[in-house]
Design a binder for this molecule. Structure first.
Ligand code: PLP
Length: 390
């Protein structure tokens, strides 16, 4: 016998999805209307304008793709890369590796530059690579590497790439709204994100923006874009200007109600206020965990406030700790990914989840679970440290 699925509410403090704001869940439950209904087209137009503000761009091609962040990544490479194009990928974690995979799948010639996991990409490395490969067409990198909790200097990297005549593809899935993303200020060409990280929306959409330069490249390709669904030349017939929209695919109507609500919430708070809130709650979490004796994995100046990598103490079964947090406290934190599996926890303070009560819950629940498993931590001091920091 099947019954309606009714999940236990959790507090989501992993690498995404993050807690969805209740206003967004309410918005998503509103009546579905036709995806070519004039009212719906009005909503699409508002979403485009709000997304431009969020990305800090005037790019006309600024839309949500009807698929998760990975589709944003794939669309970027599918549209820009033609067979034989040389593409430099700067990798410092799992998601940069996926960018590299996209380059080769779309027939590009990959130049892969590696950085130690847990460290930001060094612009000097890019400068040298651009000298060595003057024929490179595209540079791609991840602004906020979710697998390592590291932020790289997107402004510096984009500037170098642009100076060498390259187009840039920047993954801002985890950074958007958690820390500054300034598409036009950076001079980035293609930037994509996801709805389930700092936007606190349900998973399944990918905010996406493309500069005029990149649009021209896409329009003047020698070969057709290899993906029909993600071909921006076709997608823009649906999302483009004016009231005559050509059917391409059926937009996920209710998911877009959710995104619209998320964008209103973001604009009400204001971008600098949202970045400052993420930084504040990161500081409070850090105060508590460090008082307990836990260590952060990433050098302080390269850390993401919205995603915290914490080293698992010696002798502790990290999977058991996560399982107990979920079972006993309804609290989800993330495991290490790739080479960091088993070595770190990833604690997200993203969007609506970035609140002082969540910091207190996480620090106290972690202290309780670690204490009862006799882990070598300082007891009874973490909550005072959090309170002093909030
Ligand atoms: C989560 C994430 C993605 C993939 O997004 P999905 O919505 O899971 O497809 C891509 N890049 C980064 C940096 C991410 O954190």
């Amino acid at each position: 016998m099947f019954v309606p699925f009714s999940p236990i509410p959790r507090t989501l403090m992993g690498p995404g999805p993050s807690d969805v704001h209740p206003r967004i869940l309410t918005a998503m439950a509103r009546p579905t209307i036709g995806h070519l209904d004039p009212e719906f087209i009005r909503l699409m137009d508002e979403i485009k304008v709000l997304l431009q503000s969020l990305f800090q761009t005037k790019n006309e091609l600024t839309i949500p793709l009807s698929a998760p962040g990975s589709a944003g990544m794939e669309a970027s490479f599918a549209n820009l890369v033609e067979p034989g194009d040389k593409v430099i990928i700067l990798q410092n974690g799992v998601f940069g590796g996926r960018m590299a995979e996209n380059v080769t799948r779309f027939g590009g010639e990959l130049v892969l530059l590696q950085t130690d996991w847990g460290r930001a990409i060094d612009p000097e490395q890019l400068r040298l690579a651009l000298q060595e490969h003057p024929d490179a067409k595209i540079v791609g990198f991840v602004h906020a590497e979710t697998s390592t909790g590291v932020r790289s200097d997107a402004a510096a990297l984009c500037k170098l790439a642009q100076g060498a005549g390259c187009l840039t593809i920047v993954d801002c899935v985890t950074s958007l709204l958690g820390c500054e993303v300034n598409v036009d200020g950076w001079g980035a060409d293609v930037v994509y994100s996801g709805t389930q990280k700092c936007l606190s929306c349900a998973p399944g959409l990918s905010p996406f923006t493309m500069s005029e330069r990149a649009v021209e490249v896409t329009q003047n390709r020698a070969s057709a874009v290899k993906s029909w669904f993600l071909d921006m030349n076709l997608v823009m017939g649906y999302w483009g200007k004016g009231t005559t929209r050509a059917y391409h695919h059926t937009a996920p109507v209710n998911a877009l109600y959710g995104l619209h609500e998320a964008l209103l919430i973001a604009m009400d708070e204001g971008l600098p206020a949202a970045w400052a809130r993420h930084a504040r709650n990161h500081d409070a979490l850090k105060a508590g965990l460090e008082a307990m004796g836990l260590k952060f994995f990433v050098p302080e100046s390269e850390r993401l406030p919205q995603l915290n990598l914490v080293e698992v103490p010696e002798g502790v079964d990290e999977a058991l700790v996560r399982a107990r947090l979920l079972k006993e406290y309804n609290l989800e934190i993330g495991a290490g990914l790739g080479v960091l599996a088993g070595k770190v926890w990833r604690i997200g303070l993203m969007g609506y989840a970035s609140r002082p009560e969540n910091v207190l819950l996480c620090v106290s629940a972690l202290e309780a679970v670690l204490s009862s498993s006799n882990a070598p931590i300082n007891r009874g001091v973490a909550l005072d440290a959090v309170q002093a920091a909030v």
